[in-house]
Design a protein around this ligand. Sequence first.
Ligand code: SAH
Ligand code: SF4
Ligand code: F3S
Length: 454
Amino acid sequence: MKQVYLDTFGCQMNVADTDRMELILFHSGYRRTLEKEDADLILVNTCSIREKAEQKIFSLFGGLKPLKMANPDLILGLTGCLGQQDGEKLLQRMPYLDFVMGPDQVDGIAQAVDRVRDTGKSFVWTGFDREKAYTIPELPMPKAPGPSTFVNIIKGCDKFCTFCVVPFTRGREKSREPDELYREIRQLVDHGAKEIILLGQNVNSYGKRGLHNPIPFHELLYGVAEIPGVERLRFTTSHPNDFTRDTIRAYRDIGILVNHLHLPVQSGNNEVLKAMRRDHTIEEYRDLLMELKSEVPDIALSTDIIVGFPGETGSAFEDTLKIMQEIGYSSSFMFAYSPRPGTPANELTDSVPEETKKQRLQETIALQNRLTAEQGLSYIGKNVEVLIEGRSSKPGYTFKGRTPQYWNVNIEGREGMKPGDTVSVKVEQVSGHSLNGPLAREANSKSSLHPSGA
Ligand code: SAH
Ligand code: SF4
Ligand code: F3S
């Protein structure tokens, strides 16, 4: 068999695309290697969400160039969002590349490789086919899925937040037919998956475009929950404007829908939210989460935050710290604003100095660390329910997994555990967003209707 080396930057969507390319290439005679030096084919699945992501990719390719120079038979491909965004420019900048592809061409990876072999010419293959339905044809799986597995339900994004490249790099929203999803999930469960994470840039928009048999997102949740063997159900990411009361009800009704929601707020200030074109006020966001909290009291909430958006004043930034405190997020992804080519915000003056952005970022990180630590301490001495996902890399611990609220857990002990099991762990120690401790003495518990006793 030939060998392919795959590297992934960016979000879960890109991780899922890399997995898909690995599977397709397996069926055309490639197995994955972790050593680039051994590879016949190297693919870098790229991200362009912030400038830093792009810089990392260019420096990686700087390191790959000598491999290609030493071995002209090596095929070097760049796939993903940067490919869609920059296309030909990338071939000009890195003439040693064999091809550039976008996220919509993932299923054509084997054809792209064949084309390089057949013609020996480099090429760019990007763009979107608006008419084509979103479907992921089934392929035999050479290896079992992990206990926790992502399932793409929707691709693209129609929101056009002014800072964001995703609508340009991933194209218009399109959903997959529910029947295809149910079939895939049944197959994953048959092969050992326990937790299903429904994936998309904006999963709440599911069903609005591209379906013969349209159902809204919350109905999909009820549908997946009925599949025997699905022990936990999650989804990511959500947009506040598409998050419905029906979905709040689903949290209340569906026992296996875990008590965690990632709902990006981006900023706590109404003027900034408006300039970002998030199309909701901070009051609406807060009311939505308060309603959710009152229905599902032990729900953990996490978020994405951008500091230093054009025009963000000191007091606007304080509003962001305020909403973080009010909501009490269990974790946050925090970023300094990075102007992106082709986005509407790129036309605005990037008015907040880099130093100020850095300082604001540090402040949000410090606040989030405090919030995470406070919540972590409240778990000490308590038992948490953990789905074991694999081996722990923390010294002194054997396995790791997650709670329904998405806290990492490192587990002590050797006996009676394997990935895929749900066990009860007694929390003795907290570090960052991880809870650590031994198996609790009580009998192992499966997910109950409300896993953490709400
Ligand atoms: N679809 C998801 C997020 C996609 S990108 C959503 O809408 O929530 C992940 C995060 O990257 C965003 O939520 C945002 O916080 C951040 N991000 C996107 N563009 C950015 C930019 N130009 N500068 C800094 N952060 C950015
Ligand atoms: Fe980007 Fe906004 Fe779409 Fe999220 S909802 S992917 S931030 S445009
Ligand atoms: Fe990056 Fe594309 Fe995801 S820009 S964050 S890989 S959708």
